[in-house]
Design a protein around this ligand. Sequence first.
Ligand code: NAD
Length: 268
Amino acid sequence: MEFKDKVAIITGAARGIGEATAWAFAERGATVVIVDINGEGASKVVADIKVKGYNAMAFAVDVSDKKAVDAMVEDVFEKYGRIDILVNNAYISGGYALVTETSQETWNKVIAVNLTGYFNCAQAVARKMIPQRSGKIVNISSGAGINGSLSSGVQYPASKAGIIGLTKGLAGDLAPFGINVNCITPGLIRTWTPEEMAEQATGWTLEKVKRYIEVEVPLKRVGEPEDIAETVVFLSSDASSYIVGEVINVDGGGMLDSVAKRESLLGF
Ligand SMILES: NC(=O)c1ccc[n+]([C@@H]2O[C@H](COP(=O)([O-])OP(=O)(O)OC[C@H]3O[C@@H](n4cnc5c(N)ncnc54)[C@H](O)[C@@H]3O)[C@@H](O)[C@H]2O)c1
C-alpha cells in the first residue's frame, strides 16, 4: 500500500473532514495520529479504526497550546521514529457578527486556533521532517480565505487567508529539505446538515440554505468530507511530489460564475 509505514498526524480529526482524512490514510496502510481538543471523540475514532485492523492513536490536545503540541509531536516521534505527514485541519469559526459587534476575545481565540495552531503543529513537525529530508504538510484553509464568508464574521476568513500565507512561507522554507507544503480551500462540505446551518447561522432559514447551495455550487451538490480527504491523500503522495506551495480549490466550482448564478441574479 502506498502509505505503508508512513505516520500521519491529522488535527481536528475527531469528526468531519479530519475524520474522513484519517480513514483515507488508515485504509491505505498509514499509522494515523488523531489530534483533537475533543479527547473522547478522538478516542472513539481511533477505536473504530483499530476495529478494522488499522493502526491509530489519539491525543487530546488544543492546537493553540504550543507546549501540548510540542509534547504530542515528541511522543509520536519517540513511538514511531518518524513523522511523514501533517494535516492541519482543526478549527473554530467564532460565529457570525458584524465587525462592529465582534469581540476581541472571539478574534483572539479564532486566530489562536486556526492560524497559530497551524503554525505550532507545522513548526514542531518540521523539526522532525528536516533531518528526515522528507515530509508532506497539507493545510486546510477555506474558500472563505479568498472570498470572505456569508455565515461567519471577519475573524474566520482572516484566519483562513492567513493559512494561505502561512502555506507559502512554509513551502519556501521547507522545499529545500524535500518537504512539500500545500493548501486546500474547501467549498461547502457536508459536515453539517442544512437544518443545522439554518439553526446555527444568524438570519438563515432552511429554504435560504437550500437556495444558497443551488446557486453557489455549479455542481449542485454539497461536497462530501471524502472529496477533501482524497485531495489530501493526493497532496501527501508521490503523485504530487513536484507540487509546492499550491492552493487547490475543492468546491464543486463554487468560485465560478455559473448558469445558476446568472439565472438567480438576472433571471435568464
Ligand atoms: N465543512 C465545510 O463546509 C468547510 C468549508 C471550508 C473549509 N472547511 C475547513 O475544513 C476544516 C475541517 O472542517 P469540518 O467541517 O470538518 O469541521 P468540524 O467542526 O466537523 O471538525 C473540527 C474539529 O476540530 C476540533 N477542534 C476545534 N478546536 C480545536 C483545537 N483548539 N485543538 C484541536 N482540535 C480542535 C473539533 O473538536 C472538531 O473535531 C476546517 O479547517 C474548516 O475551516 C470546512
